[in-house]
Write a protein that binds this ligand. Structure first.
Ligand SMILES: Nc1nc2c(c(=O)[nH]1)N[C@H]1C(S)=C(S)[C@@H](COP(=O)(O)OP(=O)(O)OC[C@H]3O[C@@H](n4cnc5c(=O)[nH]c(N)nc54)[C@H](O)[C@@H]3O)O[C@H]1N2
Ligand SMILES: Nc1nc2c(c(=O)[nH]1)N[C@H]1C(S)=C(S)[C@@H](COP(=O)(O)OP(=O)(O)OC[C@H]3O[C@@H](n4cnc5c(=O)[nH]c(N)nc54)[C@H](O)[C@@H]3O)O[C@H]1N2
Ligand code: SF4
Ligand SMILES: [Mo]
Length: 725
């Protein structure tokens, strides 16, 4: 049985400067960095100097989040010991008490309501080792079918589209260095300048050497500023826009007939649907001028090389899967893939958004992208895990569907590791009610997040500076991040607590790991021969090389940086076209809800803000949420700049401050996702799900807006700052 050391590494009086070599905990670029910590002997206060370390993706750059990541990791708000709710209050207990409580309550709930009454909810910031072990913990520790993770809201549309079209889901099909070789680059629903800022030089350099850059976004983002052509599409209309571009490319004879003939199937069907389409309809649906659609199509169609990138702007829709597939149709029709400067990228989001989706956190998957309802895949993993295949549970449901089952009381308990689901799920009013109504909630986190605040047991875990493990970046390159600092208080590694808990559930023999490397060794075996094959990757190699691209089937295999040079990953080697309807299934405006609300990110904050709002430097850059709105739209709704606005949908209400900007479409408002409570944009978002991948329709909600007037306050005393007391 793994025991958890009582690790108190925070006491320091006169420590010399220490240099910690690590990796940013935030986005998918996974920039390498050095964090130098110097403690003032007199005051005991620490000062930090952060610098980028050159590596293949970031080339030594860091963005403002990376520069300040140590602030949350070293924050006084870190959870230092386990807590158990006693008489309604979260109270400090020992690890022994906390884990015994978790194991005891889970056993009781499962014996009363069946094994599937307990669920697991994971995340894309966990290391590969933890993500792998969390999947194993659900299937072998808890023996429940219900596990899913926050990446469902992130990569599921691109993942399912890549799998169907190419037979494999890896974010970028090419190394980043290929961007410089592309003559035309399409950036659709991806705001690289704010979301993967250290990648911007790849694009600006390409532009300097003559690349034509097309940005598709309802807003003039910092990324769109770089564009040669900006298509300011209506939210939800990407599939239609691409149909328009495809039609022009076909009509102008700009397809690559020999590539289509030799390496794909299904083109004729696509062509016949395009033949029936009218460009006027496309213009009406997308709100983009005909001439601009033609210009974009000709630029991409005529370029000898080209790359297409999509991110959540295209993908987080009720038709996200098909919208991505249409971009892939564009790539295939012009033969722009599998060559230097020709490829596609689904720009992965979270730090380990790529690896986190490969090794079994998804409801229907086992490690290495194996499928839980495929007999051969089950038998293989059962062999690695030393169980009978019949003991493996079946497929569960997607993240939001899990919330619906919780709401219906079919699932009674949830174990959350690496996510803040109460904020990040769509339709927050229902999700809040569901989570509040759980019989038992356990949250493993570094902070008392909005979700952890409702937990029955809170378990403190280590942060990026303290935890060794591998992360797979947006290129599909596996990187080793080594621990550089002692864990604070009694915090432990995620995987350690999974081992300890499994032991208390009577499953010790399956979880005998003392080092993260031992878990990676098992992951190598489990992924061997699968689509995401890590067998050839070892810690030793990762220490010597700058990271290794999967698939890497043997130890002497160099890794695969560019996919599909010879063939696609389907059994017949061919990629598959898919005709896509122009009309989206997404929410439409009505008289009562006349505007489209879309949402996303700002540079200085990360996801639900659980980490960045605890970093003073980052919090100060944007202290509260806002609604970006066109001045003409604002005037129509009697909204002035910088005033509080109430945004309502059929789900609920959000209250944020207005920010007038002519950089957004007049029919659309934009609200970031980083703040909670009344500022949580998910109080209004729609829970309708894409039928193929169960991605929620985050990016389009029909809303109405009005100035918010605070209710008349009771008379009270005002203090010297004018704040009533
Ligand atoms: N600063 C920062 N960086 C991050 C994150 C963060 O929270 N903050 N999160 C990380 C994660 S997990 C992710 S998934 C990525 C997300 O990275 P992105 O997907 O680039 O980020 P978003 O801001 O969600 O959406 C991108 C753009 O889509 C546009 N958009 C909205 N609706 C539509 C539409 O219907 N069509 C099109 N074409 N565009 C539309 C928005 O205006 C926005 O500019 O970023 C990662 N990096
Ligand atoms: N409206 C709207 N909603 C969205 C989106 C959107 O664009 N619009 N985007 C969606 C997307 S793309 C994403 S990725 C999700 C993200 O949604 P969440 O997963 O809810 O977002 P985070 O803020 O990253 O939450 C991670 C939590 O895990 C903790 N944590 C970080 N690292 C670790 C670790 O190593 N171990 C453990 N145990 N805990 C850790 C953090 O402190 C934090 O509390 O949100 C989705 N929701
Ligand atoms: S947030 Fe992303 S781009 Fe910025 S430093 Fe971190 S990994 Fe690099
Ligand atoms: Mo994401």
């Amino acid at each position: 049985m793994t025991t958890i050391a009582n690790n108190r590494g925070t006491e320091r009086d006169t420590a010399p400067a220490i240099k910690m070599l690590t990796q940013c905990p935030f986005c998918s670029v996974q920039c390498k960095m050095a964090v130098e910590e110097k403690v003032d002997e007199r005051t005991g206060r620490a000062a930090y100097t952060v610098s980028g370390i050159p590596n293949a993706a970031s080339e030594g750059r860091l963005c403002v989040k990376g520069m300040n990541a140590h602030q949350h990791a070293t924050s006084r708000e870190r959870l230092l010991y386990p807590m158990l709710r006693q008489d309604g209050v979260l109270t400090r207990v020992s690890w022994e008490e906390a884990l015994n409580e978790v194991a005891g309550r889970i056993a009781a709930i499962q014996s009363n309501h069946g094994r599937d009454s307990v669920s697991v909810y994971g995340g894309g910031s966990l290391t590969n080792e933890t993500a792998y072990l969390l999947g194993k913990f659900a299937r072998i520790g808890l023996r429940t079918r219900y596990i899913d993770y926050n990446g469902r809201f992130c990569m599921s549309a691109a993942a399912s589209a890549g799998s169907k079209t190419f037979g494999i889901d890896r974010g970028l099909t090419n190394p980043l260095s290929d961007i410089a070789l592309a003559e035309c680059i399409i950036l659709a629903g991806t705001n690289i300048a704010e979301c993967q800022p250290t990648l911007m030089p790849y694009f600006t350099r390409a532009k300097e050497t003559g690349a034509f850059i097309i940005v598709i976004d309802p807003r003039v983002t910092a990324t769109a500023e770089m564009a040669d052509l900006h298509l300011q599409v209506r939210p939800g209309a990407d599939a239609a826009l691409v149909n328009g571009m495809l039609k022009i490319i076909v009509d102008e004879g700009l397809t690559d007939a020999s590539f289509v003939e030799g390496r794909t199937k299904g083109y004729e069907e696509l062509k016949s649907t395009l033949d029936e389409m009218k460009l006027e309809e496309i213009t009406a649906l997308t709100g983009v001028d005909r001439d601009r659609i033609i210009e974009a199509a000709l630029a991409y169609g005529r370029a000898k090389t080209g790359m297409v990138f999509t991110a959540r702007g295209v993908e987080q829709h009720a038709n996200g899967h098909l919208a991505v597939r249409n971009f892939l149709n564009l790539v295939l029709a012009t033969g722009k893939i599998g060559k230097p400067g020709c490829g596609y990228g689904a720009v992965t989001g979270q730090g380990n958004g790529q690896g986190g989706r490969e090794h079994g956190q998804k409801a229907d998957q086992l490690p290495g992208y194996r499928l839980i309802d495929n007999e051969q895949d089950r038998a293989y993993i059962a062999g690695v895990w030393k169980i009978n295949p019949e003991e493996l549970p079946g497929k569960g449901v997607s993240a939001y569907e899990m919330m619906e089952l919780i709401h219906r009381k079919e699932i009674k308990a949830m174990f959350v590791m690496g996510s803040n689901p109460i904020m990040s799920n769509p339709n927050a009013p229902l999700v809040e009610e569901a989570i509040e109504g759980l019989d038992f909630l356990v949250v493993a986190d570094m902070f008392l997040s909005e979700t952890a605040q409702l937990a029955d047991v809170v378990l403190p875990v280590t942060a990026y500076l303290e935890n060794t493990g591998t992360m797979t970046n947006l290129e599909g390159r596996v990187l080793l991040r080594q621990a550089a600092r002692e864990a604070p208080g009694e915090a432990v590694h995620d995987w350690q607590l999974l081992c300890s808990l499994s032991a208390r559930l009577g499953r010790a023999s399956y979880f005998t790991f003392d080092e993260s490397e031992q878990i990676f060794e098992e992951l190598r075996e489990a992924s061997r021969g699968g689509i995401a094959d890590y067998y050839g990757i070892t810690y030793e190699r990762l220490l010597q090389e700058e990271g290794v691209y999967w698939p890497c089937p043997e130890k002497d295999h160099p890794g695969t940086n560019r996919l599909f040079e010879q063939s696609f990953a389907h059994a017949d080697g061919r990629a598959v076209f898919q005709p896509v309807p122009s009309q989206s299934e997404g929410e439409a405006t009505t008289g009562a809800y006349p505007l489209l609300l879309t949402n996303g990110r700002v540079l200085s904050h990360y996801l639900t803000g659980a980490q960045t709002r605890r970093s003073p430097a980052l919090a100060a850059k944007e202290i509260e949420n806002f609604m970006e709105i066109h001045p003409e739209t604002a005037e129509r709704h009697r909204i002035e700049d910088g005033t509080l606005v109430s945004i309502q949908s059929s789900r609920g209400t959000v209250i944020v401050r207005s920010r007038l900007s002519a950089r957004i479409r007049k029919d659309t408002v934009f609200v970031p996702m980083h703040w909670g409570d009344v500022q949580n944009v998910n109080r209004v978002t729609s829970p309708s799900l894409d039928p193929f991948c169960k991605m929620p329709d985050f990016k389009v909600s029909a809303v109405q807006i009005s100035p918010f007037y605070e209710p008349e306050s009771e008379e009270g005393e005002a203090d010297e700052w004018g704040v009533s007391t």
